[in-house]
Design a protein around this ligand. Sequence first.
Ligand code: FE2
Length: 282
Amino acid sequence: MGIVGNLNPEQLQAFHSQGFLVIDSFSSPEEIDGMRKQMDQLLDEFNSSTVSIFSTKNQKKLTDDYFYESAEKISFFFEEKAFDDNGNLKQPKQLSINKVGHALHEFDPVFSKLSRSEKISSLFSSLGYKRPVIMQSMYIFKQPGIGGEVVPHQDNSFIYTDPPSCTGLWLALEDATIVNGCLWAIPGSHKNGLVRRFYRNEEGVHFDRPSPDYDQKQFVPLEVKAGSLVVIHGDLIHQSFENQSPKSRHALSLHIVDTEGCKWAPDNWIRRKVEPEPLYNS
Ligand code: FE2
């Protein structure tokens, strides 16, 4: 209650026409520094003998319990290329992790503070959300040299409500450029609806149909400075390439749905034992 929107009409218009919006200086350098230091500490405490590789290409690897249980935990996923032929890490664990997820926003005080901040709630108020709930959070490293690609997708495929209501927030914790693997998106592609779904059943997780072939010429790079926030419509087609550069590209991503007027799909991969607290309830 009492949440006032913080997007101006031009920003809303840009979001609705392009399917994404870049907000510069959304997070202060101190806020970014706090999150990066907190992640350094989480990594130091992490025992890297627990191995789970994250890949958007090889879905079989996603079917293990480690992945499912990460919906309600802080879990660590390695880059595919982090290991040598004998299964040993080629570099320190700090440079081998693809991402940490998917409930940092609930179980870590630093990430929870940002996730539940007034500026995030206000953003969802501007977008017309009645009862927004953060369904997942990911700290993405895009490690130098081995940071894996993320193939073209729509976030509504993975986090589905009826009707679809997912909005992604992507906060740059370092400058993101074409060189170190920034986001790329097809402007306006959110207007063509959801192409396919990623669902979970007894056999594991699957897509319900193959990915269309996208024309790479339609994608535009979203190069942003550290502290910039990219707001991503759930139907926007977006991707990022492998990071072959010597510079990492850290980012924090949150995915939010409306739980008022939109029904959470029971066959989503995320199955919560405890329903997450909404950001607000209007
Ligand atoms: Fe995405």
